[in-house]
Design a binder for this molecule. Structure first.
Ligand SMILES: [Fe+2]
Ligand SMILES: [Fe+2]
Length: 156
């Protein structure tokens, strides 16, 4: 995780990172519930993880990603990340936590999500600090607000 460049001080980036931690935590919880036979709870936790990620992905894709895709240099890094969002969304939508194969699949996907997140937190987000000025931050925050109706960024 990037602790050096200061991007964690930006409220929007800090919220993206908090959403990553929330989604990973829900994935781990679903596996733990499934592990002790609480399949119904595990299935509900997977649904919650998917809903959190859908809002998170919308915020990223319409915000920081949309702004950075204007540059070819960044586009080639962003497009594969967006493809991974769609793949994980589809998988979470059809995951059956009563199936041992699907539980193994979720375990794998939680590990993959960690890799995906580190590409964002260590790769893309630090770049925003260099590339973004006031108007870009305003546009990225507006996208986050559209993705999270009724919520405000945690400015503190
Ligand atoms: Fe992402
Ligand atoms: Fe993300």
């Amino acid at each position: 995780m990037c602790h050096y460049c200061g991007c964690r001080q930006i409220p929007l980036i800090r919220d993206y990172i908090a959403e990553h931690e929330l989604a990973l935590g829900l994935g781990v919880r679903a596996l733990e519930e499934a592990g002790r036979g609480a399949v119904t709870e595990a299935q509900a936790t997977v649904a919650e993880m998917r809903a959190e990620l859908q809002a998170h992905w919308q915020g990223e894709e319409e915000g920081v990603f949309a702004l950075m895709r204007g540059e070819e240099l960044y586009r080639e890094h962003i497009d594969p990340l967006v493809a991974e969002h769609r793949e994980l969304d589809a998988l979470l939508g059809r995951l059956d936590m009563a199936s041992a194969d699907d539980r193994a699949r979720l375990r794998h996907e939680v590990d993959e999500l960690r890799v995906h997140i580190s590409k964002e937190e260590d790769g893309l987000f630090p770049v925003t600090l260099v590339e973004f000025n006031g108007p870009e931050w305003d546009a990225a925050i507006a996208a986050w607000e559209r993705a999270h109706p009724g919520r405000t960024l945690s400015y503190d």
